[in-house]
Design a protein around this ligand. Structure first.
Ligand code: APR
Ligand code: PHB
Length: 395
């Protein structure tokens, strides 16, 4: 189909999830023009239920982007978390061990705030785009084509940010002979529910039980988020609300189970768990951000937070290029982003290995888990290491 619409911008951002929107809004604050191309509708994007723990780095970026008001007023400051195994439970105090806290605020709300800010700034966002194709990423004159309704569009640009998630087009644009991919697929999933009930505890509870992992989380004082480890073959419809609540109660300490307020679930879904990294995160004028480049199991709540550090590095690299005519930040992007990505991958893998029951786990493996949990409970240095990773390693 012939191109019926041609335009140009400085940065084409593929993907209107949190990575793409945060990058677009940050660039806007420095007068750098971008367009966001999103495959789905805005409502579809906002309908995704994802994690809800923000590291200090992401909180700072939201302030820098000028979209922190609702996050600050509605987000819950968490100064620690609880870890249980069997009926034992202990607390990791982030504040005492690191001097920092995390903010509990749903990713959906982060995305909603970013959409509102882009719309207020009259930012260019095109929804329901099809057949996005990246052309000339390895030249000095890249462009992106896409289709809407029956029109074919071309956008000439200086840079392309691939913020289109794990199933996007950007990573695949990097030639296979250039790409190196690393992956671990976990032999279980997470069954998650939302319920309009008060959280069982004012802090999160990560539970290792003989029946499998469970997590008690929240969105606010009247909206709870719970997860239980499930078989990868399970489907949400296999689990009635009663069956879910009964299983959750079996996996958390009795004193917590006794005070758990149950109710109808308003969302129920199963997520697979995977660790994945692609290297490099740059190819010519194409830069990968967030899930387009890496995936973590949700155990450490590092998905959005690692996307945020990618955005921080790319945003500052583009600023340096446009404001100081200096490409050094862009040239260092992939190496700098990957250094932090791999630390987030390690922490997410470690925490997942510690807290879940693996189908092929031997009695010795289980003894190692218990010994590591006992060490974490009794060692300040072990707790400090865990806390430093949880609140977010420096950018
Ligand atoms: N063209 C345009 N948009 C696309 C394409 C495409 N070919 N492919 C995917 N997209 C869109 C998706 O519809 C989605 O809205 O890109 C967006 C990618 O958003 P996310 O998958 O949320 O990834 P990211 O923005 O990097 O955010 C990472 O989201 O998935 C969670 O756990 C993850 O918390 C992490 C965060
Ligand atoms: C969530 O609230 O969805 C959540 C919180 C912490 C995690 C994972 C998910 O580690």
């Amino acid at each position: 189909m012939a191109v019926t619409d041609q335009s140009e911008t400085q940065v084409v951002i593929i993907g209107g999830g949190p990575s793409g929107l945060l990058l677009s809004q940050l660039l806007h604050t420095r007068g750098i023009d971008s367009i966001v191309l999103e495959r789905k509708t805005k409502d579809y994007v906002l309908g995704r239920i994802r994690a809800g723990v923000l590291e200090r780095g992401l909180v700072d970026l939201m302030h820098e982007a000028g979209v922190a008001d609702r996050m600050q007023s509605e987000g819950l400051v968490h100064d620690g978390t609880l870890i249980s195994y069997g009926d034992k439970m202990f607390r990791i105090s982030f504040g005492e061990l690191t001097g920092h806290s995390v903010l509990v605020y749903g990713q959906t709300e982060v995305t909603r705030d970013l959409y509102a800010a882009r719309e207020t700034a009259d930012g260019k966002i095109v929804f329901e785009v099809e057949d996005v194709t990246i052309q000339g990423a390895d030249t000095d004159a890249p462009f992106v084509t896409y289709r809407t309704d029956d029109a074919e569009h071309r956008v000439d640009c200086a840079f392309i940010a691939g913020c289109d998630g794990f199933h996007g087009v950007s990573r695949q644009t990097i030639p296979s002979e250039v790409r190196r991919e690393y992956e671990k697929v976990y032999p279980f999933g997470w069954l998650g529910v939302l319920s309009r009930t008060p959280p069982v505890n004012h802090e999160l509870i990560y539970a290792n039980s003989e029946r499998g992992f469970a997590l008690c989380s929240m969105r606010n004082e009247q909206l709870s988020r719970y997860y239980i480890q499930c078989d990868i073959t399970d489907r949400p419809e296999d689990w009635s609300d009663d069956a879910f609540w009964a299983e959750l109660k079996r996996r958390i300490p009795a004193d917590q189970a006794d005070k758990l307020v149950t109710g109808p679930t308003i969302e129920k879904s199963i997520a697979p768990l995977r660790s994945f990294v692609t290297e490099p995160m740059r190819w010519g004028r194409l830069f990968l951000c967030g899930d387009a480049a890496h995936i973590v199991p949700p155990t450490g709540a590092k998905g959005l937070n690692t996307a945020a550090s990618d955005v921080h590095y790319l945003y500052n690299g583009l600023r340096q290029f446009y404001e100081n005519d200096d490409p050094a930040g862009l040239d260092a992007y992939s190496q700098k982003a990957l250094a932090r990505v791999w630390k987030a991958e390690r922490f997410s893998w470690w925490f997942s290995s510690l807290m879940h029951r693996y189908p092929d786990q031997t009695t010795f493996d289980h003894k190692m888990q218990v010994a590591e949990l006992e060490f974490l409970r009794s060692s300040r240095s072990a707790q400090q290491a865990m806390a430093e990773n949880y609140v977010g390693l420096p950018y």
